[in-house]
Design a protein around this ligand. Sequence first.
Ligand SMILES: C[S@@+](CC[C@H](N)C(=O)[O-])C[C@H]1O[C@@H](n2cnc3c(N)ncnc32)[C@H](O)[C@@H]1O
Length: 557
Amino acid sequence: MPEDTARSGTPSPGPEPKRAKLAGERPRKSHRVRRADADESVLDTVETLLRETWLAGHHGASDAPSVPGAFGWPAGDQQGEAVFCRSPPVPAKLAGGNAAECEFDVFVHELTERGVGVATRESPEQLSELVSQGGRPWIFAVSFTLKGERARIRSVRHGWGYTQADLLDVVEKSPLRIDAPCKYFGQCSGCQLQHIGYEQQLEFKRHAVERALAHANPLFAALTVLPPLPSPLQLGYRTKLTPHFELRRHERPEDVPIGFMISGQRRVLDIEDCIIGTDAVRRGLAEARRNARANMAGYKRGATLIVRETNVPPSGTSGDLASTPNAELEKSYTLDPRSWVVDVVGDLKFSYPASSFFQNNASILPAFTGYVRDELTKWSGKLTAPDTNSGALRTLVDAYCGSGLFGIACHSGFDKVIGIEISSESISCAGENAKVNNATNVEFVLGDASKIFEKTSASPDNTAVIIDPPRKGSTPDFLDQLVAYGPRVIVYIACGVPAQARDLNYMYCQGAIVVDGQSASPKAKPTAVYQVAGIQPFDLFPQTYHVENIVTLVRKN
Ligand SMILES: C[S@@+](CC[C@H](N)C(=O)[O-])C[C@H]1O[C@@H](n2cnc3c(N)ncnc32)[C@H](O)[C@@H]1O
């Protein structure tokens, strides 16, 4: 099935439409843009706009063309290529401007789930008219804008089906726009949402989760997504920063930018201070920059530096880490990727090498881990109710466990906790962390998460599984075995919500999830069928588009 059909659920648009003719037919170089390089979230947002707004009233839902068909982009699979001319940057026929012109006013119609404005040269009314007459708007992707704004932009380069543009000026501001607290906002690629207040950021994230779910499966639009739980700190929360630099010929060490990438560019922006970092991390950033400049002759191409917060016994005391109560520890930082870092989560202590994975917002971790623990306790309690006949949860599996955060935070009340993790460094930390925190019922094993089902002999009826995979989500191999095993409760924690939504849809297509009384009818009946018992986003990364999402699935049969 062609990619566009698979995504949109509408028929393939048939033969590839002709590329719009470019004005100003002077000799110029063309460049190819691969579908695989496109920002999928821009295409998804355009698709939603097309379906729900632009084509509303003009087509029945079933005959609405898919995005490539509607916009004259090449249909086809991931390898599809569009050929554009390097100059002018926008087909003049569509842009309506001088061929040499690359600055325009545009109207922002929506933000993608990554906080990028999707804009056209047409106002909403003009667009509606254009589309009703079969016309095709050209799409611009513009960061740091807001829905409803009119903005002056400069087109930078073509993506597959849209043009990447820089924001020059906001001509008509959204009432939601506020002054960003950071002086680098608008250039730095690290934060995308500093121009709206925190309540709006939370609403943006709730909506992003809803959209990701509905995009994976229109039936998931019926699911209730709770408002995201806010971060206690909205600035000064990040416990890790990784600034970098690249050396270019003839650049003096003092001129080399050290910081984060410029939004939409492959160049580094010099960042002296980052206000989303904790105080300790900000001190560390200043030292990391000084060290890098002093030692620049020792680098060949450049480097990524690490600055990580750690907790240490109070200076001037002889107390050691293990015996010092968490509340008395002081914040410090390390710049050495091999050194050990200590994080505290409520009464618990976690140690791991500075280069390893650990959640980067300590202020929200007690609430984050507490929610998972409460979900498990709640369902364990419900399962022991006299009419359920099933008994409490006794075994907990912590898949993709890292240094043991969730397994250790949730261990009490279970007979046995088994964690599995592919990184040998993280799994040995997990074992040590279990000892330090007196979690004697916890065992951590090194391996691929999908092998965990070979290792557990516990009854699925009394087992809960926590899944916390990397941003790309889980795998069909893991999910197939999960459903075949059929644990009573599944808590799926995700930093990549679109991948989580895809995985839930995978389970739906296996017949393993029922939504609104509806389920898929695969040839083979699944062992276990789940209902979605809760969707709770958490804001671990204020000021950015990132959101963590926890979905609880409870077995029905
Ligand atoms: C998002 S992190 C979560 C870690 C941990 N749950 C936490 O919150 O600290 C994902 C973890 O999955 C691990 N991982 C990636 N692929 C894996 C696989 N196939 N099997 C087991 N673990 C894997 C990574 O090494 C990483 O530690």
